[in-house]
Write a protein of this length. Structure first.
Length: 273
């Protein structure tokens, strides 16, 4: 595993561009924002990170990069989609929250307590191309899939999910999109080693976690007796939003990758301790 950081800054910041030129670091620019990536074990990483922090410049996001062997050896993997092509509807005043979810236990301060009651409506039509899974902006713990992916999962022996229809803004079913509704939630088991910060909501008292760089570690007992191939975490994560992690079994990981359905999906091994 290696940890990669994404650095972003305004393209017109001459002091930053001059510093990066001296370090021999190239970057890409779009609409006035420049971005580059560095691994934590790169020789110049500490200097670059210190420069960005001392100048309070832009953002420094991190992700863990795993080898194929590490993924194949894992019993469970965390999964997410990097393709976020549209938004839940209605968007005005987060109207989708009250349409899609039961909000009796909802906390408007931290976002916890939502239970899905209706199918999602989405803002615009999309084109799959060679992709088969996406997530919605603002919704970080639900997967949506193509007819190709649904057919494969329907014919498989994989368990722990069912399919739900997805609607357009007019209330018509999108025949080419379904939600992969995940039926099971794990017992608590997140290792304290992973936790960078604990956020206790002052309004409802629920807890969210921010994570350290690196892979996820979970108590083995949290997964014992789990027969489903995809589950959600009990713990909730996020600073601005509130969401759970999604975990797939090695069997489901193999089925998706062997069938070429993994484009835009990111898998991160979970270390059981």
């Amino acid at each position: 595993m290696r940890i990669r950081y994404r650095f972003a800054f305004r393209t017109d910041q001459a002091d930053v561009t001059e510093f990066l030129k001296e370090k021999g670091i190239s970057y890409t620019s779009t609409s006035g924002v420049s971005v580059f990536f560095l691994f934590e074990d790169d020789a110049c990483f500490d200097d670059v990170k210190s420069f960005f922090e001392s100048h309070e410049i832009g953002s420094c996001l991190h992700e863990s990069i795993f080898t194929q062997r590490e993924k194949r050896d894992a019993e469970w993997l965390c999964v997410r989609s990097t393709w976020r092509p549209t938004y839940p509807y209605p968007t005005e005043d987060k109207g989708y929250v009250h349409f899609t979810y039961d909000t009796k236990a909802y906390c408007s301060s931290c976002g916890a307590g939502l239970m899905q009651k209706n199918s999602f409506m989405i803002q615009k039509k999309l084109h799959w191309s060679s992709r088969n899974f996406f997530m919605l902006n603002w919704i970080h713990d639900e997967l949506f899939l193509s007819p190709k992916a649904q057919n494969l999962l329907s014919d498989s022996q994989l368990t722990g999910f069912r399919f739900m229809s997805v609607f357009d803004k007019s209330g018509r079913v999108y025949p080419e999109i379904s939600q992969l509704f995940i039926e099971n939630t794990l017992k608590p088991g997140l290792s304290t080693e992973c936790i960078r910060k604990v956020l206790d909501c002052p309004k409802c008292g629920r807890t969210r976690f921010l994570l350290n760089p690196g892979g996820l570690k979970y108590a083995r007992g949290a997964f014992e007796g789990v027969e489903a191939d995809i589950v959600k975490s009990d713990e909730q994560f996020g600073e601005i939003t509130c969401s759970r992690k999604l975990f797939v079994s090695q069997r489901m990981y193999q089925a998706l990758t062997a069938s070429g359905l993994d484009r835009c999906l990111v898998f991160e091994p979970v270390e059981l301790v």
